[in-house]
Design a protein around this ligand. Sequence first.
Ligand code: 6GU
Length: 225
Amino acid sequence: MTIDIITVVPELLESPFGHSIMKRAQDKGLLTVTTHNLRKWAINKHAQVDDYPYGGGAGMVLMCEPLANAIDELQKDKKFDEIIYMTPDGNRFNQQAANQLSLKENLLIICGHYKGIDERIREQYVTMEISIGDYVLSGGELAAAVVVDAIGRLIPGVLSDETSALFDSFQDNLLAPPVYTRPADFRGAKVPEILMQGDPKKVEAWRYEQSVERTQNRRPDLLKD
Ligand code: 6GU
């Protein structure tokens, strides 16, 4: 899978994909993340990519031309399955959306900044709008990093134990069960006996029970649908 990201702050996206599972996905050639500085397509020698909003008001708006020229140029090299705009008024991101996007070949993500991007780019280019929650970030970059991480780890072959994503929280609308590692006794707090006995059937049943209980207690809304 390839993911191209257009941003005015590429520095914000340098570290998130350089470590751990995202790094391994890229080293294995299963995922290629490329960030593009929008200023490369600036309209003048002052590197301008934004302007005042028509009608007045605070904040700047990313202009049509730099974004359109950037997208047009990137589209010459590949066909994007989705052109995604990160915005607090987009569709709320969740595990189901991550699953669906992990099956795509080429994604393009546009990060807004300031007041956002000119509406005509949303109308003419963007095929999907994503928000990561009901709060406002100062730009789409951190949200894009969240989305790329959630998608990237689902690409087949990325996780060392291919089945492990199947047991994530939310994958079946259940939260994950509690986990333990050594020592068996931490300051008097013992690991549940059933996990120590080594009967896989019993362990599986216990984990499922714990998942349901945890979901009932913490996220009863997940059990409704
Ligand atoms: Cl995708 N962008 C911004 N700027 N803020 C957000 C968001 C995205 N999702 C939640 N808040």
